[in-house]
Design a protein around this ligand. Structure first.
Ligand code: 3UK
Length: 514
């Protein structure tokens, strides 16, 4: 028999034993939740799960904003050995229903704001028995719906005798292609991200105040706002609203976080919005992930606000960042070097390891935080989880001195004249054009059946750009073989729920035109 290990007990009970009960765990605009109060809310969920007859290993879907109830439900489920599935609050009721149907969850918990989704969720997910609304809203869905205030039993509940390998929670990976995949994480994976990235790169400590613009339902946000603060008895600032440049700056000025997490796009828009330069005066370090942070934005942001910005790559499957820049070791335009505790490897098309520097290869990572696999997706599981290695789907190149640079998702890479061209690199040049807001470059085929590239360009509002000006801009800034062969002006780019460009949609558009 393996030793009992429960992620929720590690995150909450351990803090109580360490004497952190009176410390602030969660701070919001409306309330402050101590570790002791958090523990009570966890018991409350466990007692509610018992009343709803939810058993070990069953799934509970969560459609929750960044609010204290997220913590209570996520941690309460795991403490009972029930498996929470945080879902994107940006999805439609229909999308949520299809995912919940895939998961076979019998209970869904929604923030008041999403109560209106319950009827469409219920139509798509036939196994669903109960809904719980965090608030007093009602629902016309044909399932039994409770309001959270109906569950008031906060008496101590037992910790399930899970072990490090027991399924703990799932995250649906927002792949840029196909139906989302339920990514199964085990109990130890949360602690594994704290032990590695949070400890060695961020050097988190109990005086840290964490503020993440990336929401808790993303693996990135879950680490930033839950695992990392509770790994050290620190506190997290929550904003239930969607992040806007001004909103984030105001929250930072008010709650004085020491660590700030966001997407590269958010950092760019904070710079663009011209927020007061002392908004982030309490911050010691910022982190971006999700996509590559252009060196220019990094430089501009860190100079404007006076603290380092660390670009690092993580994934839903690896749970958090495994390759990252360090506070005193930043190389602009790269993802830095492997995080302590992770091994990286680049493979070529024949699955041979590339040991020489400067040659592009498929990035693989090995570490303790990797998911077990995808729910009911054997083929996709086999393709991504290869023994101890996780195939990330990214093409990277490693420099002589060990820094990794992102070149693109492997299926996004373009070959022009037989030479690899990184769409990310070309896009980086295109957005330097003064009148260009966004750009996406994808591969297509010309009438000769040879690969070509098309740039979809969104001009800045009120600006008119023509092809000649883009041509001239590219000509002076990139090798001619990299220049987009066709340029298409559009008003917006198709994106996933997590804001990643859906390149396959653009590729489809090109294919249809031919
Ligand atoms: C891309 C990056 C270049 C890359 C994530 C931090 O983004 C996260 O998870 P997802 O599953 O996407 C994973 C994919 O996104 N990517 C992420 N970060 C970078 N590309 N530079 C980066 N810094 O294609 C990767 O395979 O949505 C990020 C922590 C946890 C996460 N889940």
């Amino acid at each position: 028999m393996k030793d009992v290990y429960n992620a929720s007990a590690w995150l909450v009970d351990r803090n109580i034993s360490l004497g952190n009960g009176a410390r602030n765990a969660i701070v919001t605009n409306d309330e402050v939740v101590s570790y002791a109060a958090l523990e009570k809310s966890v018991y409350r969920v466990q007692n509610a799960l018992r009343e709803l007859d939810v058993r070990r290993e069953e799934r509970v879907a969560l459609v929750l904003n960044d609010e204290p109830a997220f913590f209570a439900w996520f941690l309460g489920c795991m403490r009972s050995g029930v498996v929470p599935i945080p879902l994107s609050t940006m999805l439609t009721g229909n999308d949520l229903g299809e995912i919940i149907n895939d998961s076979l969850a019998r209970v869904v918990v929604v923030s008041a704001q999403y109560a209106h989704h319950l009827s469409s969720i219920q139509r798509a997910a036939s196994h669903l028995k109960f809904g719980v609304i965090i608030g007093s809203e009602s629902s016309d869905a044909e399932l039994k719906v409770f309001n959270w205030h109906e569950f008031q039993d906060v008496s101590e509940a037992p910790v399930a005798d899970t072990n490090v390998d027991s399924p703990a929670f799932w995250l649906y990976s927002s792949g840029t292609t196909g139906f989302p995949k339920g990514t199964i994480h085990r109990h130890f994976n949360l602690e594994a991200t704290a032990d590695t990235y949070a400890k060695s790169v961020l050097a988190v400590n109990q005086d840290d105040v964490f503020f993440s613009a990336a929401k808790l339902f993303f693996a990135f946000g879950l680490g930033n706002s839950l695992t990392f603060p509770f790994s050290v008895g620190g506190s997290v600032v929550l904003d239930s609203a969607w992040a806007t440049p001004r909103g984030v700056a105001e929250t930072a000025a008010k709650f004085k976080p020491t660590l700030f997490f966001g997407s590269p796009g958010l950092l760019a828009s904070i710079l663009d919005a011209g927020v007061p330069s002392d908004s982030f005066s309490s911050v010691r370090l910022a982190v971006t992930a999700g996509e590559a942070l252009p060196g220019e934005i990094n430089k501009h942001f860190s100079e404007t606000f006076g603290f380092p910005v660390l670009d690092g790559i993580g994934s839903t499957e690896a749970l958090h960042i495994f390759l990252s820049n360090r506070p005193n070791d930043i190389r602009f335009g790269t993802s830095g070097r492997p995080v302590e505790g992770y091994k990286l490897m680049l493979l070529d098309d024949e699955n041979r390891e590339i040991s020489e520097p400067d040659l592009p290869g498929y990035l693989h990572v090995s570490g303790e935080s990797t998911a077990v696999g995808y729910w009911c997706r054997t083929e996709a599981t086999k393709n991504a989880f290869r023994g101890e290695w996780l195939r990330t789907g990214d093409v990277y190149v490693r420099s002589e001195d060990g820094y990794y640079q992102f070149l693109g998702r492997n299926n996004d890479m373009i070959k022009l004249g037989g030479i690899w061209v990184s769409p990310a690199e070309v896009e980086g040049v295109l957005v330097e054009h003064p009148d260009v807001l966004e750009a996406a470059v994808v591969g297509g085929y010309n009438d000769d059946g040879l690969e070509t590239s098309v740039a979809f360009i969104v001009p800045k509002s009120g600006k008119v750009v023509d092809e000649a000006s883009i041509e001239a801009h590219c000509r002076s800034r990139m090798a001619s073989f990299k220049r987009p062969r066709t340029i298409v002006f559009v008003t917006e780019l198709p994106k996933t729920a997590t804001g990643k460009i859906q390149r396959y949609q653009l590729r489809d558009q090109i294919a249809k035109k031919r």
